[in-house]
Design a binder for this molecule. Sequence first.
Ligand code: ATP
Ligand code: MG
Length: 214
Amino acid sequence: MTDITIALSKGRIFEDTAPLLKAAGIVALDDPESSRKLILATNKASVRLIIVRASDVPTYVQYGAADLGIAGKDVLLEHGSAGLYQPLDLNIARCKMMVAVPEGFDYDSAVRQGARLRIATKYVQTAREHFSEKGVHVDLIKLYGSMELAPLVGLADAIVDLVSSGNTLKANHLVAVEEIMPISARLIINQAALKLKRDIIQPVLEAFSQAIPR
Ligand code: ATP
Ligand code: MG
């Protein structure tokens, strides 16, 4: 009998993942939101969950410390997909990667005039690619959180961030001016594990695939 480890992050991803796990017959024995345990047993002796930072999920799976993981496309684009098989868009944790600027900032004419824009973001790779395709010169400023603050205090002209309701932007007098891409969470599988543990991974993959919300 083989065993598998699934890497998940708390918060949004876990909330939306619990129903998928349940469809695969997997239920955590402790509530990951309240438990301080980092390794959680499940009702299936052959399946355990590990709880890691969202941006660390691809790393655990790439090196085989986890066999499967669930990670946002935003995280996967920054991490790269070496060693990772990405069979399923789970259509959960959906939002948009967007460019946002302070109310009153004329983004279109700044772009048209070829101004050099200062962009604050956690998503440096994605932002670099986006602006390079548009032929816009940018200085990228790497942040680890609360990007909305940067234009308000003169650190940047614009931000690249994930937006769902838009409430955080609104509360900080920012407006989204461009959609870069839609984002959702993906199932990722370690390529070697998929071959070696197909007996146990394949049924999980099929159950997830049947349970994807539309
Ligand atoms: P931390 O909050 O610990 O700094 P994080 O910001 O990466 O880490 P979350 O905010 O839980 O963690 O985001 C995890 C994933 O959820 C993201 O990688 C993204 O795919 C998705 N996500 C982020 N923001 C939203 C949103 N507003 N709506 C829907 N999904 C989102
Ligand atoms: Mg967060």
